[in-house]
Design a binder for this molecule. Structure first.
Ligand code: NAD
Length: 420
């Protein structure tokens, strides 16, 4: 089992520090800074679930709504044994920033249940998901707050959420959740959207930096939904994937890992660890490999003050939310690394979630091609807007992305005013 070397940082404090720094370098209303430093609504629930052996287990769940000034709250649901309220607060706040960077009409939220879904039977997982959905149903809804998948959740779980909410309403409500299976109102391209968005960003950055993608090298930490798709699409673009990891371990081959073998090995054994024709590699060794593109796509606090200096990649594409601590960010910048921040790099997921929501509300569905083309347009615009600010203000891509997001949120607050 891989343990993170940097897990002492409080991600919500990291977010607040980031807001303080960015806002001190730009013109922004005091009201905006005060409002976005905190989450609007925080909900904690302890709820019982009947286990297969007849016992009752109490689960703890959260739904945190950070801000909805630009549109309904939007954000995934995480099932993870170590999740806590500050992590959910940070993830909710990053959603607000992300939706603003890519300019889609959403606010930010996040939900979680403290559990290891791998240790639950399918029936237990379903009962737990349905009860959690009932508990948060006072908060969610297609006009209010729309959940989606995150770490430990998937389309099947989204289907249970949609069904539970619909049963309680008395009619099918497609727009209550995104990331659903296609058969029940999901969008083609949603499953791949976050990884695809990362790769669109990586290709745009490579063009800007003059890095040749074909024949280049990449390392992906976290071979799940985001990392697995990003890895596949990088390889499809001619990149040599030299190392990947998941929570059980990492694998390395300087000549390139075979994507098909990697996928079937993961499917059969549950992990990338032990892949034939590869060497095993520790997390810090993997992060320190010489390569063109590094994609941290696991959890928060992966690159911190203890290991930022070893990163040799030219470009870091943050597939995960919050993988780099503020101190590590300074080191990466000082070392001339081009970091595409999470709120831009992994925004492809929320963009296609937005497309799914729009399709559900209209009951009019697009082709996969249309979805992918629209995603490309949105990501392309956002990347160039952020890059333009970064070059003009001589600041990092992260600071530029935050500046753009805060500006958009600030003008919404100014235009709407403070109620009453
Ligand atoms: P996932 O559960 O599908 O995958 C996470 C992967 O990370 C798993 O393979 C897990 O084994 C691995 N992992 C966990 N700890 C690790 C460690 N210490 N070292 C190496 N690997 C480790 O989750 P996901 O949906 O791919 O999400 C990954 C990240 O991307 C999260 O930060 C999430 O918030 C972010 N994200 C996801 C989406 C989405 O659409 N799913 C959208 C935006 C951002």
């Amino acid at each position: 089992m891989i343990h993170n070397v940097c897990n002492t940082n409080n991600p919500f404090k990291m977010f607040q520090e980031r807001i303080d720094t960015v806002c001190s370098h730009m013109e922004v209303s005091e009201a905006c800074v005060t409002i976005i430093r905190e989450c609007k609504r925080e909900f904690t629930v302890h709820f019982p679930v009947k286990m297969d052996d007849g016992s009752i287990r109490l689960f703890t769940g959260y739904r945190v709504q950070h801000n909805d000034i630009r549109g309904p709250f939007k954000g995934g649901i995480r099932f993870h044994p170590d999740v806590n309220l500050d992590e959910v607060r940070a993830l909710a706040a990053w959603m607000t920033m992300k939706a603003a960077v890519v300019n889609i009409p959403y606010g930010g939220a996040k939900g979680a249940v403290v559990c290891n879904p791998k240790n639950l039977s399918q029936d237990e997982l379903e009962r737990m998901t349905r009860r959690y959905t009932s508990e948060i149903s006072v908060l969610i809804g297609p006009e209010k707050d729309i959940p989606a998948p995150d770490v430990g959740t998937n389309p099947k779980i989204m289907a249970w959420i949609m069904d539970t909410y619909s049963m309680n309403r008395g009619n099918s409500v497609l727009g209550v959740v995104t990331g659903k299976p296609i058969e029940i109102g999901g969008s083609p391209g949603r499953l791949e959207a976050t990884g695809r968005g990362c790769v669109i960003n990586a290709l745009l950055a490579a063009k800007h930096l003059g890095i040749k993608v074909e024949g280049g090298t990449a390392v992906v930490q976290g071979f799940g939904n985001v990392g697995g798709i990003a890895a596949r699409m990088l390889v499809e673009n001619g990149v040599r994937l030299i190392a990947v990891s998941d929570s059980q371990g990492g694998v390395y081959n300087q000549n390139g890992l075979d994507m098909n073998k990697l996928r079937s090995h993961k499917q059969e054994s549950g992990s990338v660890a032990g892949l034939r024709g590869s060497e095993s590699i520790y997390q810090n060794e993997l992060l320190g490999l010489k390569c063109d593109i590094l994609v941290p796509a696991a959890l928060e606090n992966t690159i911190c003050v203890d290991n930022a200096d070893i990163v040799k990649a030219s470009m870091i594409v943050e597939g995960a939310n919050g993988p780099t601590t503020p101190e590590a960010d300074i080191i990466l910048n000082d070392n001339g690394k081009f970091v595409i921040p999470d709120i831009l790099a992994n925004a492809g997921g929320v963009v296609v979630s937005y497309f799914e929501w729009v399709q559900g509300l209209q009951s009019f569905f697009w082709s996969e091609n249309q979805v992918n083309q629209q995603l490309e347009t949105v990501m392309n615009n956002a990347f160039h807007e952020v890059l333009e600010i970064s070059l003009r203000e001589k600041i990092s891509m992260r600071e530029a992305a935050y500046m753009l997001a805060v500006k958009r949120i600030d003008s919404a607050i100014t235009l709407r005013g403070i109620y009453p």
